[in-house]
Design a protein. Sequence first.
Length: 281
Amino acid sequence: MRYYITADIHGFYTEFHKALDEAGYFNDPDLHKLIILGDIFDRGQEAVKMQDFILRLMDQEAVILVRGNHEDLFEEMVTVDEGLPVRHHVSNGTYGTALQLTGFDPTMALIRHWDFAEAARETPYYRQIIPATVDYYETAHYVFVHGWIPSIRERDGGYSYYSDWRETGPEGWRHARWYNGMDAAQSCMEEKTILCGHWHCSYGHSKYEGRGSEFGPDADFSPYYGPNVIALDACTAHSGKVNVIVIEDDLPDQAAEDERFREVTRRILEEHKAAFLELAK
């Protein structure tokens, strides 16, 4: 299977479309899928076009959507924060995305924030796209995430790897979506290469290759390739670019997946049995 992989589009549909075109996506006659590593919206001003494009791909079963921290933020804004322009929702572009997708007048959105939140919850983004996202996707040789796989964050800022990250619950994945994959990869023992977004590629080029600055005129926002990691966030709001790479890979061996499922099921049953015996004492 051929995969076109991108990340952190942030509502910049024009730049995204151009990157796909340059990668050969639209003229590819062979079977292929698009993988988006989270943060589809926020900051760009083409949310409606982006939403329509993603919905078409979903109808064709031609896209895999990995959940990003900005998908979490949108959900938080329209539920917990009731549509209010909380500072981080404004600065992260989440509030602006909701305005674009609902068509609400900014003044009325502030006055009638409950109605604004309700309208945002009725958008296809909230009702169809976000529910279709996954914490991670996996092929034979690659793992696709937003920030990083769930890890133990150390006090010194480092990351400690643990092998059963696939069994992590929602809260662990929510934290992992904020991790810097290029830093976390330095201590990762995962056998597969992890593709991630969230953190601008220029960080890896600058820190680990000694090439260019993070945001100066010499900054390099092209994909960062390091040990165990490929980072794709081009920081489009700053660079005006979206990264798209192409990978050929197979799905994981189904027998191995079935064995892993049986092992997880066995472990869960044992835990439930132990809990039941403890209660029965």
